[in-house]
Design a binder for this molecule. Sequence first.
Ligand SMILES: [Zn+2]
Length: 130
Amino acid sequence: MYNLEKLIVPDSHDDNLKLNCSYCPKCERKYFPLKEICADCLDSLTNIEINSNGRIFSYTTIRTDSPFYKAPYTLAFVDLDEGVRLLARVNVESHQQLDSNKRVKGVRTPITTKDGETINAFEFKIIEEV
Ligand SMILES: [Zn+2]
């Protein structure tokens, strides 16, 4: 029922987690999650793997439970280094202030569905600036 595991490249590891992404060879746009047709040129897309490292663009604290997470938790738009902006949970204390532009990377996180099934999704964690 849930296909979140298809978002993650199966043989990638948390020290270098890769995501499945769609790529338009004509206009070079990338999409996540996967799509079949480019929203700009309507060309067919191919699937590529991208790194999950990026920077926080913006974030907010969610104060109601979701099907997967107990409130409060933090959601952020993250600009991946490879040119994709995506929305995902960031694993931080709920009231921790984050600086926009903070470096993050994707890691696997087990979540339990309402059917009691445990599946692998991903979230971001803060990494130190180099
Ligand atoms: Zn295109």
